[in-house]
Design a protein around this ligand. Structure first.
Ligand code: FAD
Length: 346
């Protein structure tokens, strides 16, 4: 006999914890299944020098403010401690390591198949993040390149690239931060992007991004002063920019055995780091055949248009403004749980 619960939350990162918080407050029976053996989700996969782009108080899940840290922008270790404490404090009903392999649907509910057995549920909330699904564009010759290629998801710091000539491909926050991290350790770093770097003003950090998202939710975005830019000028980024290390090159036209061809130039390389983004990690939902485009399911208010018993939280703006951030995901989770509570009420 399969175990039964009202809601299974798949994924125990920050998005899963925020959902669990509101589900518990609403008294809804639920389980959180997470394939990792410890709390923290994707924060375990970052590099040592990474700093939050907002101060602690602006990096909090619902219910508990992240404790202050001596550094204005706290390190990843501080986030990991916070998430572990959060899980314990709110007695999140999380099971780990449990990997969800498939979800199937019938008229009576959903079956969540895991490597530890089956759970029947009335709803499933997917909070599996993106870390498991790194995206690398097709670039001619990539298979011939004899150097090392990694995705930013597997970047663990500059030491592995000491004395090397490295191309970082991707002009978003990850690409820029990794480039800054490599300066001084790698021999050369080439930052490549199809678009120009769009820095936010130096005095603006993640707090602003959250305020913008709030304004969007309240439909008052037009009253907010418009700032262009998406890249947060963290102190290490500003330092690298001042040294002239963030001069941008175009995307490689192709790779060959020894490097990249960019326009008319050949750039010799030892390594390429693809900071080219992620897709939602949703392989476990393939049996449901949800309507999707470019790997992103079609949703209305976080719920699949094909099967509204299946919801999504935390992946990016398509699941709610700022829902991929610590401070933003609580709002999305609450709105979803409010809607589910209505339906689950006898
Ligand atoms: P995750 O943290 O990835 O958690 C998902 C969990 O689900 C994982 O534990 C995973 O193992 C598990 N899982 C996946 N598939 C399955 C399955 N089939 N079965 C069971 N479990 C499964 N955010 C901020 O708020 N502030 C910042 O300063 C900030 N800086 C960032 C800097 C960088 C470079 C990057 C890349 C991201 C940054 N973010 C920041 C965003 C933040 O790290 C992520 O958006 C966040 O970790 C996503 O949380 P999540 O809970 O959605 O997913």
């Amino acid at each position: 006999m399969a175990e039964r619960t009202d809601i299974v939350v798949i994924g125990g990162g920050q998005a899963g914890l925020a959902c669990s918080y509101w589900l518990s407050r609403a008294g809804i029976d639920h389980l959180v299944l997470d394939e990792q053996d410890r709390p923290g989700g994707a924060w375990h996969r970052t590099w040592p020098s990474l700093r939050l782009f907002s101060p602690s108080a602006y990096s909090s899940l619902p219910g508990r403010t992240m404790p202050p840290h001596p550094d204005v922008f706290p390190p990843v270790s501080h986030v990991l401690e916070y998430l572990a404490d959060y899980e314990e404090r709110y007695q999140v009903p999380v099971r780990r390591p449990v990997r969800v392999t498939d979800v199937s649907a019938d008229v009576d509910g959903l079956s969540v198949h895991t490597d530890g057995g089956e759970v029947r549920a009335r709803h499933v909330i997917n909070a599996t993040g993106t870390w498991r699904a790194p995206f690398v564009p097709m670039v001619e010759g990539a298979g011939r390149f004899r150097g090392r290629q990694i995705h930013s998801a597997h970047y663990e710091g500059p030491a592995a690239f000491a004395g090397q000539r490295v191309a970082v491909v991707g002009g978003g926050n990850s690409g820029v931060q990794i480039t800054a991290d490599l300066v001084g350790t790698a021999e050369q770093v080439h930052l490549c992007s199809t678009t120009r770097l769009r820095f936010l003003p130096d005095e603006v950090d993640g707090r602003y991004l959250f305020q913008r998202a709030t304004a969007r939710v309240q439909s008052s975005a037009e009253q907010e002063p418009e700032l262009s830019g998406t890249i947060v000028a963290m102190p290490a980024v500003r330092e690298a920019r001042a040294k002239g290390a963030l001069r941008l090159r175009a995307m490689p036209d192709r790779l060959d055995e020894t490097g990249a061809v960019i326009g008319r130039a050949h750039v010799d390389l030892d390594a390429v780091i693809w900071a080219t983004g992620f897709r939602p990690a949703l392989r476990h939902l393939r049996s449901l055949r949800l309507r999707a485009r470019d790997g992103i399911p079609e949703v209305k208010g976080n719920r699949s248009t094909k099967d509204p018993r299946v919801s999504f939280v935390g992946y990016g703006d398509w699941t709610g403004p700022a829902s991929a951030t610590l401070i933003g995901v609580g709002r999305t989770a609450r709105a979803l749980v409010d809607a589910l509570e209505e339906e689950l009420r006898p």
